[in-house]
Design a protein around this ligand. Structure first.
Ligand code: GAR
Length: 218
């Protein structure tokens, strides 16, 4: 089995990146992390990836005049590493239509809500404000609109009456760390296919986007 050469794009602490790296450290996992790239030169995730022996690259978006020039530099690194799949993991830059199109059905993202609800930032604060009882996280293919695209997998997470943003974020993050490797596995091993902008599962007894049970409460 040839493992899909995968890059992870981060902007911060990289806890989802670590979950993906740990899953791919097992050599039967169908994706191999060959590059971790950040637009923030001092992103803590870069040091974690380097410590795990993974090639890292910082490309500071502030050093470029515009988004296309920044993305050309990112693309050059992806090309140099022969990357086949891209995972966004807390990558906080909007991408141009051109870049998204170049990676159509080959770039996935994790978002801390049950999409299509609560796109954007501050998802947990807004869920609590709205009195939601269940939230979660979503892995989806990237399209040009932010936090939109065919849904690959979701995990549901309960909201507790006394939750703070931080407590809820921590509970959702735990679910993210289980969900993202599972979703990458389904994409990298060819189980997932996009038809009519919806995800279908091939060769498995799954005809629904994968749903993980609620994470441990606590
Ligand atoms: C994660 O919660 C991820 O879902 C979120 O940023 C965090 C990154 O944490 N992504 C988004 O909000 C994208 N719209 P991490 O750096 O520890 O993985």
């Amino acid at each position: 089995m040839s493992r899909k050469r995968t890059a992870i794009l981060i902007s911060g602490r990289g806890s989802n990146m670590v979950a993906l790296m740990e899953a791919s450290a097992i050599d039967t996992f169908p994706a191999e992390i060959v590059l971790v790239l950040s637009n923030v030169p001092d992103a803590p995730g870069l040091a974690k990836a380097a410590a795990a022996g993974i090639q890292t690259k910082a490309i500071d978006h502030k050093a470029f005049e515009d988004r296309p020039q920044f993305e050309a530099a990112v693309q050059a690194e992806l090309d140099a590493a022969d990357v086949e799949l891209v995972c966004l993991a807390g990558f906080m830059r909007l991408l141009t239509d051109e870049f998204v199109t170049a990676w159509h059905n080959r770039m996935i993202n994790i978002h801390p809500s049950l999409l299509p609800s609560y796109k954007g930032l501050d998802t947990h604060r807004r869920v609590i404000r709205d009195g939601g009882r269940i939230t979660g996280c979503t892995v989806h293919y990237v399209r040009s609109q932010m936090d939109q695209g065919p849904i690959i997998a979701q995990a549901a997470v309960p909201v507790h009456a006394d939750d703070t943003d931080e407590r809820l974020a921590a509970r959702v993050l735990e679910a993210e760390h289980a969900l993202y490797p599972m979703a990458l596995e389904l994409v990298a091993n060819g189980t997932v296919r996009v038809a009519g902008e919806k995800v279908r599962f091939e060769g498995k007894d799954l005809d629904q986007p994968a749903l993980l049970s609620p994470a441990k409460t606590g």
